[in-house]
Design a protein around this ligand. Structure first.
Ligand SMILES: Nc1ncnc2c1ncn2[C@@H]1O[C@H](COP(=O)(O)OP(=O)(O)OP(=O)(O)O)[C@@H](O)[C@H]1O
Ligand SMILES: [Mg+2]
Length: 257
């Protein structure tokens, strides 16, 4: 594994009953790379995030975060990860400060370090004005930003964002994507950004297309669009083409069986 590899997965599979949520998924992300994980509903994105965050183990395969095998060294692996889950996880009755401080203390920061990091991250996102407000009183977009800020406080090397823009208007969505792309380059962060909205990953270094648990493509948007028969199509059309092709393969396979 290269020393700047923040995440590496080899042949990871996870099955629920007869559903193959993840089927031999392999991928790697280096520092400073923004990788879009593109997949429709049920593609397996959240299942992958649950495995990456150590919530449960896959049936097979291996996952390393910054060189730590998550199955055998979960504490070391998890300390390098910042995560924004698909479902909001802030305490709405606590203030922004309360939510952020609790996270810092959980990660072993002293009170003074916590105060300093909270101040600087809020400043970075121009959110100082909401510091002592209850989270409940913030707009959906600002609540998502607080989740992003929280995920950065312990200085992770790998940032996992699972459909972090759900419920945001197009302008807030774009702003959040741009914030994360800027952070990725400034702090050498590796980012895995899951979405089913193609516009969000237009600027990604790489796009991983996931469908019914399988990786159908893993390349830069430019390389993906240079391949036959995707030549000349938009990223959105290319995505739909790959997914439709996979459906056809599935039908042929079922018939053959
Ligand atoms: N706990 C579970 N028990 C049974 N099946 C599950 C469970 N979690 C996920 N699945 C199934 O695994 C597949 C992948 O689901 P997953 O939630 O990972 O997809 P997703 O790409 O995150 O979808 P979405 O875009 O809707 O969030 C789906 O077929 C889903 O029904
Ligand atoms: Mg999901």
């Amino acid at each position: 594994m290269q020393s700047d590899t923040a995440l590496e997965l080899t042949a990871v599979s996870k099955t629920y009953g007869t559903v193959k949520a993840l089927d031999q998924v392999s991928l790697a992300i280096q520092s400073s790379q923004f990788v879009g994980l593109l997949g429709q509903n049920g593609a397996g994105k959240t299942t992958l995030f649950q495995l990456l965050t150590g919530l449960f183990n896959g049936d097979s395969g291996q996952i390393w975060v910054c060189g730590h095998d998550i199955r055998h060294h979960p504490i070391a692996a998890l300390s390098s990860i910042g995560v924004v889950f698909q479902q909001p996880t802030l305490d709405l009755d606590l203030t922004v400060q309360g939510n952020l401080k609790f996270h810092c203390l959980l990660h072993g920061l002293s009170r003074s370090e916590a105060e300093q990091r909270i101040s600087s991250e809020l400043e970075r996102f121009e959110m100082q004005a909401v510091r002592y407000l209850p989270v409940r009183s913030l707009s959906g977009g600002n609540q998502r930003k607080v989740e992003l800020i929280r995920s950065l406080l312990h200085r992770p090397r790998l940032l996992l964002m699972d459909e972090a823009t759900v419920g945001l208007d197009p302008e807030s969505r774009k702003a959040l994507v741009n914030h994360v792309i800027a952070l990725c380059k400034e702090r050498d962060l590796a980012v895995l950004w899951s979405t089913h909205i193609v516009e969000e990953i237009q600027q990604a270094d790489r796009v991983v297309v996931l469908d019914r648990g399988k990786v159908l493509a893993d390349s830069s948007p430019g390389e993906l669009l240079a391949k036959e028969p995707l030549c000349g199509s938009s990223l959105s059309d290319a995505f739909l083409h790959l997914i439709n092709l996979n459906k056809t393969v599935g039908v042929v396979h079922e018939r053959a069986c």
